[in-house]
Design a protein around this ligand. Structure first.
Ligand SMILES: [Zn+2]
Ligand SMILES: [Zn+2]
Length: 222
């Protein structure tokens, strides 16, 4: 079997069931061998290194970024560069941070978009054949702009500069903020954030933005 067909078959039959947790390390190694490229090239398309730094773990699980995965894409990114950027994995984001247009998970024909359908050419709808780059582009509504910007700034900060200590600091800021808003005493205040538990980055960022905490509020003083 030709390598490309084999890769496609592996992606179709196995990756499909693993995408929610990212590619398992053994599959990444297999894929790197089949593609004849160093494994680090594949890892560079993920947030493996960033999550390892953020959680202080050499083998971070993909669920530390998000416990859920839903595929969506930016039509302008596809049209311009034929790339599915890793920022598409950022939870809670609904608009492309670069083009500020809506991320799409369905085609105009109503068909769900999926990266490895095996029944269509890359970057096209498997149902009607439409090029993903030709999908309609809807600008970020004014009412959503601030929320999307805050989400992007938090992900940039934690993935570029995050450490376990900085994450704990952000959790503490969030706990204090929520306690203040609730006007309850510490003993009355429910323990809403699992302390020292390994919750996902998506969960923390979602809670921070929902609570109205700004990215500058969690910047450490050290
Ligand atoms: Zn884009
Ligand atoms: Zn379609």
């Amino acid at each position: 079997m030709a390598p490309s067909i084999l890769v496609q078959r592996i992606l179709h039959t196995r990756v499909k069931h693993h995408l929610a947790r990212f590619l398992p390390a053994s599959l990444l190694a297999t894929l790197a061998q089949l593609l004849l490229i160093p494994e680090r090239f594949l890892l560079a398309t993920t947030y493996h290194a960033e999550l390892a730094h953020l959680y202080g773990s050499p083998h971070p699980h993909g669920r530390l970024l998000s416990t859920q995965f839903s595929f969506h894409l930016c039509p302008a990114c596809v049209a311009d560069t034929r790339l599915l950027k890793r920022t598409l994995m950022w939870p809670h984001l609904h608009y492309c941070p670069l083009h500020h247009i809506e991320l799409r998970n369905t085609c105009q024909c109503g068909g769900a978009l999926w990266p490895f359908s095996g029944r269509a050419s890359p970057f096209t709808c498997f149902a009607c054949g439409l090029d993903w780059g030709a999908l309609p582009q809807r600008q970020t509504p004014r009412t959503r702009q601030k929320r999307e910007r805050q989400l992007g700034l938090f992900y940039d900060y934690f993935l570029d500069e995050g450490t376990p200590r900085r994450m704990e600091y952000a959790v503490e800021i969030l706990r204090r903020h929520e306690k203040e808003v609730s006007m309850l005493s510490w003993s009355e205040h429910p323990d809403v954030i699992p302390y020292r538990a390994k919750f996902s980055l998506g969960y923390l960022v979602g809670r921070l933005v929902q609570a109205g905490v700004a990215p500058r509020d969690v910047l450490p003083y050290w």
